[in-house]
Design a protein around this ligand. Sequence first.
Ligand code: AMP
Length: 337
Amino acid sequence: MTERRKNFEDLGLSPKLLKAVNGAGYKFPTPIQEKSIPLVLMGRDLMGCAQTGTGKTASFSLPVIDILSEGRARARMPRALILSPTRELAQQISDNFTSYSKFNDLGHAVLIGGESMPDQERSLLKNPDVVIATPGRLLDMFERGKLMLGGIKILVIDEADRMLDMGFIPDVQRIVASLPRIRQTLLFSATMGAEIRELANAFLINPKEVSVAPPASIAQTVKHMMVSAPKSPKEKRAVLRRLIGNEDVKSALVFCNRKKDISILCDSLRRHGFDSDELHGNMSQHKRTETLSLYKTGKIKFLVCSDVAGRGLDIEGVSHVFNFDIPNNAESYVHRI
Ligand code: AMP
């Protein structure tokens, strides 16, 4: 059984950011967010090994917004610089930034190749706190004197391995050479090969390393089946019983989305002679451990549970997983099965 899952309040973010995160519909931090946000808020340099899809953008954007909310940018002197290998990623980071900084009075500018220079120059006249840029365009602007880099307190290098593949590292090196030496640097990369480590040694000071697994994927050995069922809970339960009858079930997890449905389903299965018990977040730790142990040792055949209970379980011999309710997102489906 895993420990209680951390929520955003536990990570030390300000109320304004918690409101923005809530507005974005995020319920829990992803693993990279849980690990990175407290370290970034502490002012540490960070080396994050994470892929797109893990929530890494918020893992640096949220604490950066909190750190910057203390002060103000001076004329054409942004305080944070986020380097991205591609225009698309820069745009995506910008979109996220807009949504996360909704309740903070922070401005940002996007400097990317292939788009109008005059428009971007105008955006710099608004004295953005944050600049999100691809390396080539940023250097171009800097060398034309359109922005100054002497006020940068935080540098983020996103997708460092792609920067390397695309041949941007010399540009990045020139940019870093123009930044204040005393700053906080965060470097993210999907891989941590020797070349990336060399870069990290050159750019970061005593960094903390955090790493998360790639976005969950489904084991090839699992067979999937979809069964359509009537909306009525009673009829849906009958479909489940028929299904169980048709399958050679040795040990099964049955997932529901809501706690109250877990008890209803569990009672109903028992009434129909199925050996079942329930597992969800409202139970005491002691009861959860006890139930899980009964299930693991084969004394209970059907465990009706919630996603929270289902996370991080490692159980041998599960023959079937029934998604009585369709999970709310793809990640939950992967965890369940
Ligand atoms: P990223 O890896 O930063 O590209 O994020 C991948 C997707 O996950 C984006 O669509 C984000 O909006 C979303 N996301 C980031 N953090 C969370 C979270 N804590 N809960 C749910 N979705 C999230």
